[in-house]
Ligand binder design. Structure first.
Ligand code: SF4
Ligand code: SF4
Length: 94
């Protein structure tokens, strides 16, 4: 775990098919009820083993929309990249 999608998401759909582990759901299926896409943190592997960077963030046209979230023990994470960036809403792809 994980990245998260912030409320500046425009629900364009560019990220959802990029996720190799189907961790992203659209606004209709967002469990928070917000009108934005959503990342299931317990499914997101930060694209470790799939891509060099989070593919969703690379595809997202909305700058700063996808940010680092907290690490869940046992989930793959990009410690070397994300560790110092998880304290705020720091984009995971600059
Ligand atoms: S970082 Fe990778 S695994 Fe996580 S939600 Fe984005 S595309 Fe899916
Ligand atoms: S690509 Fe970005 S703006 Fe588009 S739905 Fe995904 S998170 Fe939202």
């Amino acid at each position: 775990m994980a990245v998260k999608i912030t409320d500046i998401c425009i629900a364009c759909g560019a990220c959802i098919d990029e996720c190799p582990v189907e961790a992203i759901v659209d606004d209709d299926d967002n469990p928070t009820g917000e009108d934005i896409y959503y990342v299931y943190a317990d499914k997101c592997v930060e694209c470790v083993g799939h891509h060099d960077e989070p593919a969703c963030a690379a595809a997202c046209p909305t700058e700063g929309c996808i940010v680092w979230s907290d690490v869940v023990e046992g989930q793959p994470s990009r410690d070397e990249i994300g560790a110092d960036l998880r304290k705020g809403d720091t984009p995971c792809v600059e």
